[in-house]
Design a protein around this ligand. Structure first.
Ligand SMILES: [Zn+2]
Length: 314
C-alpha cells in the first residue's frame, strides 16, 4: 500500500545566472529541482528509488487517475526553485502538439507558472509581447536580435503568481527567487541571451522559436490572497496542474488526494509535519514531500507559523 509521504532529495543545477540563496555558503546555485522524476526518495520503504521509477512501478497509485489518463506512467510535473542573480535567457516553450511535431512522438510541451518567493524592489520579468505586436514584427525581431524592445515587462513582488502558457516569450530577471511548476518536458527554445556568448550547452534556437512563439500569448498575474490560520487558496489552475497556497499556525489542514492526483507539498517558511495513515515526515523551508494519490486523507500540521505550496495534476 502506497500511503506514506515521500520526502524528496532535490537535484541542483548551476547556470551563468544563478545566485547564492538556495544553498547559502556553497558555490553559486541556479536551480533546485525539488519535484523531478530523477529525484530520489529520502527515507522509508522506497528510500533510494527515484520518483520516476516509483511512477512506472505503481502508476495510478502514486500518480492518480488524472495524470495516468494524460501522460501514462511518466511523472507529469517538474517543480524547481530558481535563484536569479542575472537575467535568464529570453525563451519560449512548445505546446504538446508542437513538441510532437518538432521533437518526435512521446514528447510533451511546457506550460508553466511562477510563484514569486522573494523579489528585490526593482525586480521585473518579461511576460509576453507588447499588446498589438504583429506576427511579422515578432518574427523579424527574433531573427535580428531586437526582441527585448517589443516585450512586456512586469514588476512583481513576493506572493505574486504568473501563469505562462506555452508559446509566450518570457524571461526571469535579476533579484528574483521563484517557485516554478511546469509540465515534465525538456523543451526550452532560447530566443535571445543578452549578448552572452553561445556555447555548446547554451545555444540559441531561432528556427524552433519562430515556429512556436505567439505574439498574442499573454501571461496572467495574481497577487497572493490573505489567508487565515488553517486555510488554503488556489493560485492557478490549468489542464496540466493546480497550485495552492497553504497557511497554518495553530490549525492543521486536512487534505485528500482521493486517487485523482498526487499532492506535492513544499514548505516556504517555518516547519510542518505531514501525517498519513502510513507514516509522517517533517518538512523545513524549501523541503518537499509527495503524497501518493492513493494515500487517502492526510494532515498538514504546522509547527509554529508555516507557509507552504501544494501542486498536483488538475
Ligand atoms: Zn520557461
Amino acid at each position: 500500500m502506497l500511503n506514506q509521504p515521500l520526502q524528496l532529495i532535490p537535484e541542483y543545477r548551476d547556470y551563468v545566472w544563478g545566485g547564492s540563496r538556495l544553498r547559502p555558503g556553497l558555490p553559486r546555485t541556479a536551480e533546485a529541482w525539488i519535484v523531478y522524476e530523477g529525484d530520489r526518495i529520502a527515507t522509508g520503504a522506497f528510500a533510494g528509488k527515484t520518483l520516476g521509477e516509483l511512477a512506472v512501478e505503481r502508476g495510478p497509485e502514486l500518480l492518480g487517475t488524472r495524470a495516468t489518463s494524460k501522460t501514462g506512467t511518466r511523472f507529469p510535473l517538474l517543480v524547481k526553485l530558481l535563484d536569479c542573480a542575472a537575467w535568464l535567457s529570453l525563451q519560449v516553450h512548445p505546446n504538446d502538439e508542437q513538441a510532437v511535431a518538432l521533437e518526435g512522438p512521446g514528447n510533451f510541451g511546457k506550460t508553466e507558472a511562477w510563484h514569486i518567493l522573494e523579489a528585490d524592489t526593482q525586480a521585473t520579468l518579461i511576460a509576453g509581447m507588447r499588446p498589438g505586436t504583429s506576427a511579422a514584427t515578432l518574427q523579424e525581431a527574433i531573427r535580428n536580435g531586437t526582441l527585448v524592445e517589443h516585450t512586456r515587462s512586469l514588476s512583481v513582488q513576493a506572493g505574486d503568481t504568473i501563469f505562462m502558457p506555452a508559446g509566450t516569450i518570457h524571461a526571469l530577471g535579476p533579484g528574483l527567487l521563484v517557485y516554478e511548476v511546469q509540465q515534465t518536458s525538456d523543451w526550452t527554445y532560447r530566443v535571445y541571451d543578452w549578448g552572452r556568448p553561445e556555447t555548446p550547452t547554451r545555444r540559441l534556437h531561432i528556427e524552433k522559436s519562430l515556429a512556436v512563439s505567439r505574439p498574442e500569448a499573454a501571461a496572467s498575474a495574481q497577487a497572493l490572497p490573505a489567508l487565515g490560520d488553517g486555510h488554503l487558496a488556489r493560485l492557478c489552475s490549468c489542464p496540466y496542474f493546480v497550485l495552492e497556497a497553504l497557511f497554518a499556525e495553530k490549525q492543521a489542514i486536512q487534505l485528500n488526494p482521493a486517487g485523482e492526483s498526487f499532492h506535492a507539498i513544499t514548505v516556504l517558511d517555518g516547519r510542518a509535519m505531514l501525517h498519513t495513515d502510513g507514516g509522517q515526515v517533517t518538512l523545513e523551508r524549501f523541503e518537499t514531500a509527495v503524497i501518493p494519490a492513493a494515500c487517502g486523507s492526510y494532515q498538514f500540521e504546522p509547527v509554529g507559523a508555516c507557509r507552504a505550496l501544494r501542486t498536483g495534476v488538475a
